[in-house]
Write a protein of this length. Structure first.
Length: 304
């Protein structure tokens, strides 16, 4: 099985191009047990997930991206991942053009690529409009209501106001007083937010410190992965939440600083636009039958 190892601001993936694979080979490559084995950083290759590149399903789209988290679960969308897939398709996948459309679990998304003679190096993704209603996220409660600065109770911690946004996948954003507090809370309560009873499909958890009206420091506990160096959809959701709550200026791009680097997020009437880099680290080949497949970890988080 051949793969390309990519990273977008340190959020790392195995990109597997399955467009020409047989149906059986494509199914085998997306098997949750294999995904867990591949992403295991001690016994496998290591990564935050596997990005399966498949034939498109939408007329006019160029390809489809399926996002498989390190724990074998599937995510609807991955902002850093789609930039990696777009660059792989541009540089080596036969789609050397400045604009392409990629099908995702959040629908078809347009990607504008910036390149030089060597290859593409940055991508602006039209992420679509944010979904704000509880039924859209999805979360419990009155289906047609928004969740803006609502107190969320987590174990022994004081209730924290959260604003919930879907960028095709669910996010619960809380604003904190410092970057250090963001790291601490991501470690301590991130997994509890992910599994909270409010979120029937679990959620990503964002801990954001507003630097000024145009800049945010962000730490994300990703659903199915834990703390990662970057999360593109999380950066988009956080910028939306910051605008909704009046914390940043929505007339210009918001710089969102993640542990692995910065993304530029622009929230407009016609949707959210994310610009950032991605880079291929190396190519590899692995025999799936030689990987040590360990059982999935038993879920020990009690929903609260």
């Amino acid at each position: 099985m051949r793969f390309a190892k990519y990273q977008g601001l340190g959020n790392d993936f195995l990109v597997v191009d399955l467009r020409a694979a047989t149906a059986q080979d494509a199914a085998d490559a997306q098997d949750p047990d294999l995904v867990r084995a591949l992403c295991d950083r001690q016994f496998g290759v290591g990564g935050d997930g596997v990005l399966a590149v498949l034939p498109p399903v939408t007329p006019g789209a160029d390809a489809r991206m399926r996002v498989l988290n390190a724990d074998g679960s599937e995510a609807e969308m991955c902002g850093n991942g789609i930039r990696c897939v777009a660059i792989e398709l541009h540089d080596r996948g036969g789609l050397r053009k400045p604009r392409m459309v990629i099908d995702t679990g959040a629908g078809p998304l347009a990607c504008e690529l910036e390149s030089d003679p060597i290859g593409a190096h940055a991508v602006t993704v039209a992420m679509g409009k944010p979904w704000l209603l509880r039924r859209e996220i999805p979360m419990t409660g009155a289906p047609e209501e928004r969740c803006i600065e609502q107190p969320l109770e987590i174990g022994g911690e004081p209730a924290r106001p959260v604003t919930c946004v879907s960028m095709g996948n669910p996010h619960a954003v809380t604003f904190v007083h410092s970057r250090d507090e963001a790291y601490r809370l991501a470690r301590e309560i991130g997994p509890h937010v992910e599994h909270h009873a409010w979120f029937p499909k679990r959620t990503n958890a964002e801990f954001a410190f507003v630097v000024d009206r145009h800049e945010i420091d962000l730490v994300v506990w990703e659903r199915g992965c834990g703390i990662t160096l970057a999360c593109g959809t999380g950066a988009c959701a956080t910028a939306v939440a910051a605008i909704l709550t009046g914390r940043v200026d929505g007339t210009t791009a918001v710089k969102v600083n993640l542990p692995g680097g910065a993304l530029a997020i622009r929230v407009r009437d016609d949707g959210v636009f994310m610009r950032g880099p991605a880079m291929r680290a190396y190519d590899g080949e692995v025999n799936p039958h030689q990987l040590q497949r360990r059982p999935a970890m038993t879920d020990t988080i009690t929903p609260t």
